[in-house]
Design a protein around this ligand. Structure first.
Ligand SMILES: [Zn+2]
Length: 106
């Protein structure tokens, strides 16, 4: 058996395979890092970083910051507010009064 140098085609094959494996490894590491970072931001205020608490406002769950008192609604929560049979300014007025007073857990 001879130990000739692999052909150019073999070199190219292994170089492409190694590059693909490296690309897959980097993508997996990037996804893992993003998932870990996302977990550290869960239920944290995007403005100041303090904890968010969830309050029930006439059956609508709305998050509020325990520090800056900002409120956060996702699309489903906004849709729920807009579908309320009572005028939407009632629930919004209650929310904004609570924001002005500060966070309550009631
Ligand atoms: Zn905040």
């Amino acid at each position: 058996m001879t130990h000739d140098r692999p052909s150019k085609n073999e070199d190219e094959y292994f170089a492409r395979r190694d590059a693909e494996l490296l690309r897959q490894h980097r993508e997996s590491a990037r996804r893992s890092a993003a998932a870990i970072e996302r977990k550290t931001h869960y239920m944290k205020c995007p403005k100041c970083g303090y904890d968010l608490i969830t309050g029930d406002w006439d059956g609508v769950q709305i998050e509020q910051c325990t520090n800056c008192h900002g409120i956060w609604c996702d699309a489903d929560e906004v849709k729920a507010i807009l579908k309320r049979p009572t005028p939407t300014n009632n629930i919004l007025a209650r929310i904004f009064r609570a924001v002005a007073k500060g966070v309550t857990r009631s």
